[in-house]
Ligand binder design. Structure first.
Ligand code: MN
Ligand code: MN
Length: 431
């Protein structure tokens, strides 16, 4: 590696001699001087450059070409990995996993696929499951150790549960609505819309496995018939139709009218004291401004929940402002649109990755980040936390509530700028 000042000189010489076609100066400085003799030509990655070149660099240096094999489709979708912002600096493990990479289990009643810590190693505390149920399709009665938080993305679902005091829950949810089933609480989901439904499930356990839950049929099939008969004081033959294989996701008749089913299951014990459904589709946003809107749903407005969440909508160009979460990891699901997120992980490390609908993102506790809408349509994503309480601290509120002289002595912006930062957190910008 030659001394930096010498490279600088050589770049100047090359530029003035016209031997480089609008080079990326930084790229030359970083990547050596072997480029000097060549003229750049980069048809292979032209598409990636056109979709993302925020810095103004053209990345035309021959040191940046990729003569070898290249996955053009992926490269064009991941411009911030192909040519990262100048501010990125390795060291941060990947924090994205597209559901498109997940194995899809298809059954007669619908399909499902999951992204867990086994797929995305950084996602230790949470896992996600996408599920589609056809009209009448039932996700079998079951439970699991961890809590289940869900967000409806299409259609309509009938959900049921029973709590530890035998109190019942039955309700219908629509796109934008959500639910929370506490760990160990048995439940079911059925597609009831004209085209069934689709939803995303989030679990407060990175090692969750949707294919290994406690299923009603699986349990009964693995219990001696005479024990079942004794348990209910009925003949063995009562159970002769119990399936010998789990049902998991299967198509059946639609449920009875909601009011009828509620009346039936409430008998003797009544409904659960805090409903497991939250109708976020009809909730007023917690905050709306020029940059977009956010709905925050945690135990303050959804008492049954042990999982806090924010539903964020960023207008084109909108920014989920620089912030971090002091209390827990953040699991993200991109519902619509496209954008990018940079995570700064201390020690000089920062990484930017691109996100599209159906991608999972993950940010560990206290790591600062932003999300920017770089598309022409709204960017909608979920922030989900394995804690009942939503918490964040933004860069702006930190600086606004720290003595301005002290801050100015760090970043040299002048105290005027600091005094003008709004006293109240923006969440999304522009305000
Ligand atoms: Mn479940
Ligand atoms: Mn966040």
């Amino acid at each position: 590696m030659m001394p930096r000042h010498k490279e600088d000189q050589q770049v100047k010489v090359a530029e003035s001699a016209g031997t480089i076609d609008k080079p990326s100066r930084r790229s030359f400085l970083e990547k050596g001087s072997a480029v000097l003799a060549a003229t750049a030509s980069l048809p292979m990655i032209a598409a990636a450059q056109q979709t993302r070149d925020m810095s103004g660099d053209n990345h035309t240096g021959v040191n940046e070409t990729q003569p070898g094999p290249i996955n053009k489709t992926l490269d064009s979708a991941e411009p911030d990995s192909v040519f990262s912002p100048k501010t990125d600096a390795g060291g941060q493990p990947p924090f994205k996993y597209p559901f498109s990479y997940a194995h899809k289990r298809i059954e007669a009643g619908g399909w499902t696929r999951q992204v867990t810590v086994r797929d995305l190693p950084i996602s230790k505390k949470m896992a996600g499951v996408e599920m589609r149920l056809i009209k009448g399709g039932i996700r079998e009665l079951h439970w699991h150790v961890g809590a289940e938080w869900a967000f409806m993305t299409a259609g309509k679902a009938r959900i049921t549960a029973v709590d530890q005091n035998g109190r019942a829950f039955v309700d219908d949810v629509n796109p934008g609505d959500l639910w929370l089933f506490p760990g160990g609480i048995p439940h079911s989901i059925q597609g009831v819309g004209p085209d069934g439904c689709q939803f995303i499930l989030v679990f407060d356990d990175g090692n969750f496995n949707e294919f290994e839950t406690f299923l009603l049929t699986d349990w009964m099939h693995h219990t001696p018939k005479e024990v079942l008969a004794k348990n209910f004081n009925v003949p063995d033959s009562t159970f002769s139709n119990v399936p010998t294989r789990e049902l998991f996701i299967f198509p059946r008749d639609l449920p009875r009218p909601l009011a009828e089913e509620q009346k039936e299951v409430y008998q003797g014990t009544g409904p659960v004291p805090n409903t497991f459904a939250f109708f976020a589709s009809t909730m007023q946003p917690s905050k709306v401004n020029a940059g977009g809107s956010v709905k925050i749903i945690d135990r303050k407005n959804f008492p049954a929940t042990s999982i806090a969440a924010a539903v964020v909508t960023l207008k084109p160009g909108g920014l989920r402002e620089l912030h971090w979460h002091p209390n827990e990891d953040e699991w993200q699901y991109y519902v619509a649109g496209q954008g990018r997120m940079t995570v700064f992980s201390a020690g000089g490390h920062a990484r930017t990755m691109d996100f599209h609908d159906g991608d999972v993102g993950y940010v560990e506790k206290s790591m600062p980040h932003y999300i920017e809408n770089l598309g022409n349509t709204d960017l909608v994503f979920l922030e989900v936390f394995p804690t009942p309480d939503y918490q964040d601290i933004s860069l702006a509120e930190w600086l606004a509530h720290t003595p301005s002289r002290l801050v100015d002595q760090h970043i040299g912006t002048g105290e005027d700028f600091l005094r003008k930062i709004p006293r109240k957190e923006a969440v999304i910008t522009p305000e």
